[in-house]
Design a protein around this ligand. Sequence first.
Ligand SMILES: [Zn+2]
Length: 494
Amino acid sequence: MTFRVLTAELAHETNTFSRRLTGAQAFKDRYVLFENAAVTARSDANTELAGFVDAGRAHGWEIEHVLSASAGPSGKVERAAFEWLCDPIVAAVGRGRFDGILLGLHGAMVLDFCEDGDGEILRRIRASLSAEIPIAITLDPHANVSQQMSSLADIVVSFRTYPHIDMRESGARAGGILHRTMAGEVKPRTIRVSRAMLEETNGGRTDVGPMIPRLAKAEEYERHADVFAVSINAGFASTDVADVGPTVLVTGQGDFDQHIAFAETLADDIWERRYETLNDYLTVEAAAAIGAGFDPRSGPLVIADYADNPGAGGYGDSTALLGALLEAGVSNACFGPMVDGEAAQTLHGTEVGEHIQLALGGKTDAEFGGGPLTLEGELVSISDGHFVGDGPILGGLSRSYGPSAVLRVDGIEILVVTIAQQMLDLQQFKSFGIEPEGKRVIALKSMQHFRAAFEPISGQVIVCDSGALCTQHYERLPYRNVPRPIFPLDQDAC
Ligand SMILES: [Zn+2]
């Protein structure tokens, strides 16, 4: 029997503290691809859709792919943008006579009219689908999984890596479980347990630390015949919603008391090890001082600005680290990205090779990461900002920074861009003529994803907190909707 499966990808990680609401243009800036255009662009890369297509090929499904859309992490998604992208999925579900639904969601989407954006997608789909048709979803482990999400999706599979490098594999796993469900072999549902924390203490990083033994336990539990997937979600702290924080999910059947008891043991471990911070969050001055004296013979020093990570909704225009590097006289360095569309526009009106004075960065909210720097530098190059990744996360995928330029100030090549993108692929420098391997210092904006491509070329990695929007100093953010007490806001009460 040939199963008919509807697939779609609709992903946003919402930083509810961001002043930049997410409208249709923000999705277009990253990607909005309908039907075959999405399959062509994404099924030969490390994406959830590629995994869905792999599963479909293995099991002989007939797939109807509605769309793939994602915007860079930013503020709440506006209703019009949400409905523009969600309606075609719901309409196709209503028309389709599908045997199963398979979705790639992020899991931390917040709408301007609803806290639980992913739950709202599932609610609308479920409302136009008969109850016995299974829904399977993949999630980014930075999902804030609500009770609504876990009860509306029969099958949930979260990525198991951070840096995320297993999107395709996760898509294929979810597809495999969906297939067994459609075939009537199994009848899964998903349970959820949570802890009163903004996020798992290390954001769920999986290269080192306590997530490694947790994931090993999850895989061991999946060997039980009635267990199909265990998902450990770190949560996403920059989302001021009731269902914020880490969750453990078990997709299974049979003895749910046992599944819940198992999930509780992992959640307990997340809670008990809440003080085991792996990063040393340096001040920008301390990071710059290390950079100034760094010997790059075994590779450059990578300084990651954790707090201004566009991949978590940071504006990407914090100037604190760049200011400190210039102050410390760091030379033979590169810095990127500095998200400042106004400056990029000015540079596009300048001759390459010309010296120019301009105000750079810090224009969105100087309270978080510093105000504009007045700099004088030489314009090295300009570009439309397009690049194709070649690393483990973005390999083969096309992205754009929008109008961009490289400005050299003293010994630092600064990548000035229009569209915010986290720095996680070497091509994000190299495509613009910056050669990171030959530098003494690579300063970049990313929390953890950069490690996949930049750690192998680095001599040393350090992390700093510039005080930008994704600062570890959560007390600086106006949380109103998270349940209290919660760790670490109410550390003394926890
Ligand atoms: Zn993530």
